[in-house]
Design a protein around this ligand. Sequence first.
Ligand SMILES: [Zn+2]
Ligand SMILES: [Zn+2]
Length: 143
Amino acid sequence: MPLAPAAVCSFPNCLRLAVGRGTRCAEHKALREAERAAAIKETHKAYNAKRPASDKFYWTNTWKRKSESFREAHPLCMECESIGLVVPSTMVDHIIPYRERPDLGLVDSNLRALCWQCHNRIGKKVRDCGVAERVEPPKLGRF
Ligand SMILES: [Zn+2]
Ligand SMILES: [Zn+2]
């Protein structure tokens, strides 16, 4: 079987033969790969810049210790408890988001122990409205 004719590099005005099964010569293939790597790096940088500074706080030992001791003191989800449900708390939430009041990050009165469901519900509300306000309790079924 005759070999397919080698393609010419697709880079504008480059007349060298493409390497392998690619569409570019070795030099322009390397160039494209470098451009891709740079683009990926930029994307990561943009993503990291968008991450709120509060992310870092949640990874500190100070916060981990604080949330552990707070949950020991409040083993039940405080939102569920307020409507008469007994649900173990799984995480500690800031009533005023940490990114707004980092100074209240470790203050008990700004903390509440929540279950995942309540946290997701409240978190959604905060994202939708931009404020951390109390949201309606979940609709209860008939007992
Ligand atoms: Zn080329
Ligand atoms: Zn709950």
